[in-house]
Design a protein around this ligand. Structure first.
Ligand code: SAH
Ligand code: DHB
Ligand code: MG
Length: 213
């Protein structure tokens, strides 16, 4: 395979995807959904974080068609559960159907609506891992909620925190890039978090990983 990238190489050694997940991914455009799920190397990394943190309760903000949800649900123990928040009814419908087809309806609960509104109804809950991957302008608000809804030892992860390098290009000061830059500053400046970036997408983008201490 002459055009093999290092991502292809890594994914051939450590696949996070099976035929069912590939099928869900292939079906997304026909259903009018964007193909902006996490890349396979990030999927594998999310699973690694769930295993390492012994997570049982996971919160996801931004479901799309359920790719990252399914990946994380599969890494959870039998009694593990995920609550995933999605505001687009069409995305939610496709995702719920995919959870069913993957045999994961019992592990996954999708809550439809704007995440910042649904988060208020979770204020009595604690999660072992929070994965932030919805609208970028609201990342700082999602971080505040994630800090309330976690405990010492919990992990807070966020996708797209480099955004193709936009966060270091001052000319790209749109509201979403501003949200990501503010989020990155907030995790870096929080003495209760130990954080780093994990490059994805051939280092064009990154996940942030923070452990609550
Ligand atoms: N985590 C998914 C990808 C999520 S894409 C995966 O990797 O498979 C981002 C999703 O966030 C989209 O489905 C979008 O509709 C949703 N979203 C955007 N703004 C939102 C909001 N305010 N509340 C909840 N979901 C939102
Ligand atoms: C977009 C959102 C994502 O979560 C992502 O991984 C890539 C792109 C977007 O809204 O464009
Ligand atoms: Mg993303």
């Amino acid at each position: 395979m002459p055009d093999q990238t290092l991502s292809d190489y890594a994914n051939s050694l450590f696949p996070a995807e099976d035929t069912l997940l590939r099928q869900f991914k292939d079906e997304a455009p026909a259903a009018g959904l964007p193909e902006i799920q996490v890349p396979e190397e990030a999927a594998r990394f999310l699973q690694m974080m769930i295993v390492l943190s012994n997570s049982r309760r996971v919160l996801e903000i931004g479901t799309l068609f359920g790719y990252s949800t399914i990946v994380m649900a599969r890494a959870l123990p039998d009694d593990g559960t995920i609550i995933t928040l999605e505001y687009d009814p069409k995305h939610a419908e496709v995702a719920r159907r995919n959870f069913d087809r993957a045999g994961l309806s019992g592990k996954v609960e999708l809550r439809l609506g704007a995440a910042l509104e649904n988060l208020t109804s979770l204020s009595n809950e604690k999660f072992d891992l929070v994965f932030i991957d919805a609208d970028k302008r609201n990342y700082p608000g999602y971080l505040e909620w994630a800090l309330k809804l976690t405990h010492v030892g919990s992990l807070i992860l966020a996708d797209n925190v480099w955004r193709d390098g936009a966060v270091i290009r001052p000319e790209e000061d749109d509201v979403d890039t501003q949200g990501l830059a503010a989020f990155n500053q907030a995790i870096a400046g929080n003495p209760n978090l130990f954080s780093t970036f994990v490059p994805t997408r051939e280092a064009a983008d990154a996940l942030s990983v923070s452990v609550v201490r």
